[in-house]
Design a protein around this ligand. Structure first.
Ligand SMILES: Cc1cc2nc3c(=O)[nH]c(=O)nc-3n(C[C@H](O)[C@H](O)[C@H](O)COP(=O)(O)OP(=O)(O)OC[C@H]3O[C@@H](n4cnc5c(N)ncnc54)[C@H](O)[C@@H]3O)c2cc1C
Length: 306
């Protein structure tokens, strides 16, 4: 076991489809010497040799790495990573003339039994470390459409340790519930989250859909649905979303995870300039009066404006 920054060899033992462009990979170390222990909220650098296209129509193989939050409990046998394909297959970076995505090529080329590398222990003060060390147990977790992976790790952990002091509301924002092309569910872990909210009386779930007009009926009091952006009512007035849905707002701890646009309204414009705005971080501070020490942020990537 190690907690230093090291490189380990693991292998894929299963792959589970979450949505049309998201898979969860179930991993095991190739031998016991490659196993490492981790905490809720930590991420690994996943590395693999991948063949990717170039502008001239050829393909090139190289070792490619990306950061992925661990999406399974530290107390379980397997380690799981949930990967969303953000950049479409075949996207060529105009500056380099080469494909620079990771996920679509990983999905295409890596199979059960294949070995991959995991670098671990890259940050000391990791996301949600205040939860891991027991300082914070009253939690309002804010997730963009890609950002619920560390929350899944936390929910599984809460299920494993059965500490009745933990109290979690997951605020989960997605554009739509269904993927328009084939009407399949387009929210990562959707059915699993509802099952967990039914089972765990200290876990509440608040879905918001920013583009849907119709909402599903809730079949459980701990599962709630709303429309539009968090902190905004339908008539565009301010909503105190945290106070409305979370039972103990005093002293609650707020991890926020997702793209830069979701966290703090920052996007990269087509001409390369950065536009700053407001996101969940500012809303929590300005509308709910949350202090910065009660915020914790994990940014997955810089959002590109279309
Ligand atoms: C600490 C940390 C933890 C993370 N955990 C996870 C996780 O658990 N799961 C997960 O899925 N991801 C996670 N990520 C993000 C992950 O590292 C990858 O960025 C992501 O999987 C997308 O990979 P990709 O190869 O498809 O795109 P990448 O090559 O990584 O590029 C992503 C970037 O491409 C931009 N982009 C998207 N589409 C286009 C387009 N058409 N043209 C140009 N640019 C575009 C996006 O705005 C974004 O900035 C994490 C990142 C960090 C830093």
């Amino acid at each position: 076991m190690s907690s230093g920054s090291n490189c380990y060899e693991w292998q894929i033992i299963d792959r589970i489809k979450e949505t049309h462009n998201v898979f969860t990979y179930v991993l095991d170390p190739v031998s016991d010497s490659q196993r490492f222990s981790f905490e809720v909220g930590q991420f690994v650098m996943l590395g693999a040799f991948l063949k990717r296209p170039t502008a001239s129509g050829n393909s090139e193989e190289s070792f490619v790495e990306r950061a992925y939050s661990i999406s399974s409990s530290p107390l379980r046998r397997h380690l799981e990573l949930t990967i969303k394909d953000e950049k479409p297959y075949g996207y060529i970076n105009p500056k380099t003339g080469k494909a620079d995505g990771f996920a679509p090529y990983f999905f295409e080329q890596m199979k059960t039994g294949d070995k991959i590398s995991l670098k671990f222990g890259l940050r000391k003060e990791h996301f949600m470390s205040k939860i891991t060390n027991g300082t914070e147990k009253n939690i309002a977790y804010w997730s963009g459409s890609n950002g619920a992976e560390p929350a899944r790790c936390l929910i599984q952990y809460m299920e494993d340790i059965k500490d009745s002091e933990y109290n979690l509301t997951l605020f989960y924002s997605n554009p739509t519930l269904y993927f328009p092309d084939d009407n399949s569910i387009n929210v990562i872990y959707y059915n699993w989250l509802i099952d967990m909210a039914r089972k765990m009386d200290k876990f509440n779930l608040v879905f918001t859909f920013t583009k849907d007009q119709d909402l599903p009926d809730s079949e459980h009091p701990r599962v709630k649905y709303r429309k539009g952006r968090f902190f905004l009512n339908q008539d565009c007035s301010e909503e105190k979303t945290l106070s409305k849905y979370h039972t103990r707002v005093d002293n609650c701890f707020n991890p926020i995870c997702g793209s830069s646009a979701f966290i703090n309204g920052t996007v990269k414009l087509p001409d390369g300039r950065i536009r700053r705005g407001k996101g969940i971080k500012q809303d929590l501070m300005e509308i709910e009066g949350i202090k910065s020490e009660k915020l914790d942020i994990e940014q997955f990537y810089l959002q590109h404006a279309n």
